[in-house]
Design a protein. Structure first.
Length: 168
């Protein structure tokens, strides 16, 4: 069982919607890989595309692991959640949801290794799923808890794609 609260007075769950969101994205990608690559055997690209997609995949996988690590283990986020403090420094100055972004890049990189044209849209489908789920869950929780401070943070920092913060 996931330990979702670590102390009395903690306002946000430790894991939030994360495990369900990640499991859903992983399952969707596994289904697509099996369906298009092994059951239907359609959309498989050949020639130079194999290497282009594999190189991009190989680059995305360690990037995803690095972003996830910086957000999950290298940021002391658990303590911020337990203390009800908004985290806006470190990797959180570049992306609001580094753990989800990291998993997204990792899943996308792995999926590209199958060099299948029908799997390519999953990159965007996963992004849409993350956007809808996060806007309707965690972002609402954070706005309720932190108010204007979180609203300003949202204006400066991207939700899922790491990038330079605006206005800095």
């Amino acid at each position: 069982m996931l330990k979702n609260f670590v102390k009395e007075g903690q306002k946000l769950p430790l894991y939030g919607i994360g495990p369900y969101l990640v499991y859903s994205m992983v399952l969707l990608n596994i289904i697509a890989i099996v369906l298009f690559g092994y059951v239907l055997k359609i959309g498989i690209l050949e020639g130079a595309w194999i290497w282009v997609l594999r190189i991009v995949g190989i680059l995305l996988m360690p990037l995803g692991i690095f972003i996830w690590y910086k957000g999950a283990l290298g940021s002391d986020m658990d303590n911020n959640i337990a203390e009800n403090k908004l985290k806006t420094t470190g990797v959180y100055a570049w992306v609001r949801n580094p753990m989800y972004s990291g998993v997204w890049f990792l899943i996308s990189g792995i999926s590209l290794m199958w060099h299948n044209i029908y799997i390519l849209p999953l990159f965007f489908i996963d992004w849409i799923i993350m956007t809808i789920v996060l806007k309707n869950t965690e972002e609402k929780w954070l706005l309720d808890l932190y108010g204007q401070a979180y609203n300003e943070y949202m204006m400066r920092v991207n939700r899922c794609i790491p990038w330079f913060p605006k206005g800095q």
